[in-house]
Design a protein around this ligand. Structure first.
Ligand code: FMN
Length: 196
């Protein structure tokens, strides 16, 4: 069976969220996916077609003013063309975000991605990790140290550059990439079995 194709459609204003996107890609490739990393603010027609052909699309954006960035919203609005044709119907979807505060209202960005995925008729994949860093035994180096369920969340200090994206958040994003790939593989195998 061919490898699942996982596309990561993301925006990053200053490079921090790009590090998280790379981590999702690394995790997906580690699990055997073919991947496409697509910057939604520079998206070409050929890249839209890569999204249409992908088995899974992972949405990513920094959290700006409590939601996805303006550039991501422009992309989401443009995806209404796919909404009309149901081009993304039944694809796998997942999401990640990064912001300066530990919370910073990141949950709202992930929920926005879930709504976008639902409007497109996609199947949302959660993070699938228990929360870390929430007991006396825990530490900031735990996987899912920020305690999200809907997707992968990262926090980067507002006065530091992309190199400061927390290693635990990078590992959490890699986990999401692997999980999306494994889920896509199961769905592809299931469809093939049903069609046989
Ligand atoms: C316009 C703007 C709005 C922001 N709003 C939030 C916010 O709501 N919550 C938060 O925690 N950080 C907020 N931040 C901080 C960014 O999320 C943070 O710097 C992030 O690392 C930027 O990622 P990027 O380099 O990929 O753009 C905001 C930054 C900008 C520029």
């Amino acid at each position: 069976m061919s490898s699942p194709v996982v596309a990561i459609a993301y925006h990053s204003g200053f490079g921090h969220t790009a590090v998280v996107a790379e981590a999702v890609r690394a995790g997906a490739e580690d699990a055997g996916a073919d991947t496409h990393l697509i910057k939604v603010d520079e998206i070409t027609e050929a890249e839209w077609e890569l999204l249409d052909a992908a088995d899974a699309i992972v949405f990513g954006s920094p959290t700006y003013m409590g939601t996805a960035s303006g550039a991501f919203h422009v992309f989401a609005e443009a995806s209404s063309k796919r909404w009309f044709t149901r081009a993304w119907q039944d694809k796998i979807a997942a999401g990640f975000t990064n912001s300066a505060s530990k919370s910073g209202d990141k949950l709202h960005t992930l929920q926005y991605f879930q709504t976008l995925a639902a409007q497109q008729g996609m199947h949302w994949v959660s993070l699938g990790l228990l929360p870390g860093w929430n007991s006396t035994e825990g530490s900031e180096n735990d996987l899912n140290r920020l305690g999200f369920f809907s997707g992968a969340a990262a926090q980067t200090n507002s006065d530091e550059g992309p190199e400061a994206v927390h290693k635990a958040d990078v590992a959490t994003a890699e986990h999401l990439g692997r999980r999306v790939t494994e889920t896509a593989r199961i769905v592809l195998a299931g469809r093939a079995a049903v069609a046989a």
